[in-house]
Design a protein around this ligand. Structure first.
Ligand code: ADP
Length: 252
């Protein structure tokens, strides 16, 4: 070699280095804690539908009555559906945690919003009113991500609304925004910080019996934040829930 040596660090620089190392270790511990909690919660959530399917099937086998079997099969089908939704949601989150992103492109929010409203409208359910600007409103994301966001927010709003859901697309400076308002009972302030957490539910039983997984809003937050967007929850003018999602406008 040339006989060159790294300069010996000053004590102050050593302290800075030690501080940086400690920050890294803290972050690693937090990530490990998060992973442990997520795995535990996921196992817990999967356990209920699996146990229910098993008990129902055993009942059907033990009592070979066609009427009962029909009833039991209907419940098995419903629980299987929830189980599928849970596994799909977990897979999407796992892929995202691993840094896998679907290919992004420019998506017109106005078109996506109108399509989502048609998909999420239920017969005899609350009306979904869509407002969007006359011009296209481009954001940079995977089309599947935009659909996931709109479908989850609209399906929740439709579930809780009394008579009407409003879906508004608007351009605000360099950002594009989607606002979903409903006229249901809303989300009390103390829950608003937590509804985007994985598996968090305000009313456990009601959400479960409606086929909910507790992953919908966590998925929404995940796919929005990884593209640099933001999600917010508040109160709609009618006193129901208001969800707002903001992305940067894509240049096309
Ligand atoms: P779930 O599968 O239970 O719907 P989400 O993550 O989509 O899971 O929502 C989490 C919880 O937030 C729901 O269980 C519900 O308690 C509450 N929530 C979501 N959307 C609304 C809404 N529009 N009005 C009132 N409560 C809502």
């Amino acid at each position: 070699g040339t006989g060159q040596r790294l300069p010996l660090p000053e004590p102050r620089e050593l302290r800075t280095l030690a501080g940086a190392m400690n920050d890294l270790l803290d972050r690693r511990d937090e990530a490990a804690d998060r992973l442990r909690r997520f795995t535990g919660d996921a196992a817990h959530e999967l356990r209920n539908p699996v146990a229910s399917i098993r008990v129902q099937a055993e009942v059907a086998v033990a009592h070979p009555d066609p009427d009962l079997a029909q009833e039991v099969l209907a419940e098995v089908a419903q629980e299987s559906q929830r189980l599928s939704a849970l596994v799909d949601g977990l897979l999407t989150l796992a892929r995202s945690d691993a840094g896998e992103l679907p290919a992004a492109t420019a998506v017109d929010l106005s078109v996506a919003a109108a399509d989502a409203a048609t998909r999420c409208q239920v017969p005899d359910g609350p009306a979904i009113v869509v407002h969007h600007p006359p011009a296209a409103c481009w954001v940079y994301a995977a089309p599947s991500e935009i659909d996931l966001v709109l479908d989850n927010l609209l399906r929740n709003a439709v579930r809780y609304a009394r008579a009407q859901v409003t879906l508004t697309v608007l351009a605000v400076g360099r950002t594009a925004r989607v606002v979903v308002d409903d006229d249901g009972h809303g989300i009390a302030e103390q829950h608003r910080g937590k509804v985007f957490d994985r598996f968090y539910r305000v009313e456990d039983d009601r959400a479960r019996s409606s086929g909910g997984t507790g992953l919908g809003l966590a998925l929404v937050a995940e796919v929005v934040r990884r593209r640099g967007g933001a999600v917010r929850v508040g109160e709609s003018p009618e006193g129901g829930a208001r969800f707002q999602v903001t992305w940067r406008v894509a240049s096309v």
